[in-house]
Ligand binder design. Structure first.
Ligand SMILES: Cc1cc2nc3c(=O)[nH]c(=O)nc-3n(C[C@H](O)[C@H](O)[C@H](O)COP(=O)(O)OP(=O)(O)OC[C@H]3O[C@@H](n4cnc5c(N)ncnc54)[C@H](O)[C@@H]3O)c2cc1C
Length: 495
């Protein structure tokens, strides 16, 4: 993985930069000690580590604005960070960059039940929002498995998803308004408490922009009333292909479950050993299908789902009979990643999306790849969305295994694109999938996306080295060509 070469001139000015930051954030808010910086050296993609030049922890919007303005004036790069749970290396620091930690923005500013929204600071955890409105029977729908730790600012940047996003939408469908600070210090407000906004959908652009366009300082999210009833069904299948067929058939029948997740045999066994969710151990694929709504509708839909599953060859079916049992069914799925961490020294979590119909084919091709490269894979899917999370098991202490796992992962993502899907479902591109962007987009597509980045951050100082495989200077976008063997702008890093 090549990152932009650190700028020695900036590193030489570290003392001056630290002093400028200390003038904005006094006391312990500026971190320079190597041991203390260690806490920020990586995010959830732990294979890549880099100490930042300095970390700064502002607590007001004014401080964020002044920090960005100062860094722009000094030509210093900035990497925003929430809780650091990104699995794509989005918050990986730069050796010549400032790490901007948003952890102090923890306040729930207002809960507005009349408009069914909550206004929160970006460092509030995803689960913290649901907890704050639970006593009134409300919740925030997108529910990443990391929801106990990840922040809403990080969710916006990655357009995060979760089990309930099949029916209730991803982060982008649940955000009504944003406040963000641009690299030049400008504070911008997008959307509000209303359902639609005039003009271009800038909030749609910012949601999923991976910290490359601005720093989010306030978020207005939609909150929903909890459904009257929710019950989950466990369905076991003799083959993963039959499980995949059942997913497609449920959706084709016009049923949109509250959640529909699938696990293969290695993932089922790991999760059951870890949390004792009551999963059957003699099936190759397990579907968890949750139906929610009024009780009579839920009963009716459960019968229909069971009928479809029987037609598709299900060999096991169990419907939750209590709230405890429903939560136990989900506990296994939500703990699947750490559970797999118990059966392998290391694992590499992939994230690609395919058209649902391609699931049986993709599962079969992944199995063939696994046998070819000699690395096991455990599969966990947001099956209803076609969002795959193959977990490639490897041992980083064995020479060559990390590289083999990465190559296997890249092949899986290329397969997703080949069958008509995309490189990411919810974890973002970051550094992890950056070099595969050319498999999905041609140069014209990528340049157009970078022009958009230039409109927000013309100097390319915000989170560089992420998402785009080639850095273009904004001035030369669209005009990059080799003339008589002479490359224009030879000083621009290409990695
Ligand atoms: C065990 C585990 C399970 C997970 N399960 C899921 C899942 O089910 N679904 C899912 O979608 N993801 C999942 N993730 C990935 C991760 O939790 C999400 O991507 C999450 O949104 C990251 O939030 P964070 O606060 O940790 O952000 P960070 O990791 O700190 O940062 C992520 C990105 O957001 C940017 N960023 C952070 N804060 C701001 C801000 N205020 N303004 C601008 N940019 C900002 C950073 O620059 C970076 O590019 C999982 C991760 C783990 C470790």
């Amino acid at each position: 993985m090549k990152m932009p070469v650190p700028d020695g001139g900036i590193i030489a000015r570290r003392r001056e930069i630290v002093e400028a930051l200390r003038a904005i954030v006094p006391g312990e808010g500026v971190i320079v000690d190597e041991n203390e910086l260690r806490a920020y050296e990586c995010d959830g993609l732990t294979a890549y580590r880099q100490l930042p030049m300095v970390a700064v922890l502002p607590s007001t919007v004014e401080q964020v604005s002044r920090i960005l303005k100062t860094c722009k004036a000094m030509g210093v790069k900035v990497v925003p960070r929430g809780a650091g749970t990104s699995l794509s290396g989005g918050a990986l620091p730069l050796a010549d960059g400032v790490l901007l930690g948003m952890g102090k923005f923890k306040r729930i500013i207002e809960i507005d039940y009349a408009n069914r929204c909550a206004v929160v600071q970006p460092g509030v955890t995803n689960l913290g929002i649901s907890n704050a409105v639970a006593h009134e029977g409300f919740y925030y729908a997108p529910d990443p498995s990391s929801q106990i730790a990840c922040t809403i600012g990080g969710n916006i940047a990655e357009n995060s998803g979760g089990v309930h996003c099949l029916k209730y939408g991803l982060t982008t469908n649940n955000v009504l308004g944003l406040e963000m600070v641009l690299m030049d210090g400008t504070v911008l407000r997008l959307g509000g408490r209303h359902l639609d906004a005039g003009g271009y959908d800038l909030m749609g652009i910012v949601t999923g922009s991976e910290g490359l366009l601005g720093v989010v300082t306030e978020v207005t999210v939609r909150i929903l009333k909890k459904p009257a009833t929710a019950r989950a069904v466990l369905l076991g299948f003799p083959t993963s292909e039959q499980g995949g067929d059942c997913v497609a058939a449920i959706i084709a029948a016009g049923i949109i479950p509250g959640g529909m997740e699938m696990m293969d045999r290695p993932a089922i066994h790991a999760a059951e050993a870890f949390v004792h969710a009551g999963y059957p151990l003699d099936v190759e694929a397990l579907l968890i299908v949750e139906l929610d709504g009024p009780a009579a509708e839920v009963d009716h839909l459960i019968e229909r789902v069971e009928g479809i599953a029987r037609d598709k060859g299900a060999c096991y079916a169990r419907v939750s009979t209590s709230e405890e049992e429903r939560l136990a069914f989900w506990a296994g799925r939500k703990a699947a990643f750490p559970a797999v961490g118990r059966i392998s020294p290391d694992y590499y979590c992939m994230d690609g999306t395919i058209p649902r119909k391609a699931l049986p084919l993709v599962l079969q091709r992944m199995q063939e790849m696994s046998e070819r490269c000699g690395l096991r894979v455990a599969n966990v899917f947001h099956a209803g969305d076609g969002n795959l999370h193959p977990l490639i098991l490897y041992d980083a202490n064995k020479p060559g295994e990390l590289e083999a796992a990465e190559a296997f992962g890249n092949d899986i993502l290329r397969l997703c694109v080949e069958v008509g899907g995309v490189l990411t479902g919810e974890h973002g591109v970051g550094v992890e999938k950056r070099d595969l962007m050319t498999d999905q987009f041609d140069e014209a597509d990528l340049q157009q996306q970078q022009r958009l980045k230039c409109a927000f951050d013309p100097d390319g100082l915000l989170n560089p080295g992420k998402v785009f495989p080639t850095l273009h200077r904004c001035a030369e976008l669209g005009r990059l060509h080799v003339h008589q063997g002479e490359l224009r702008f030879p000083d621009i890093p290409r990695f």
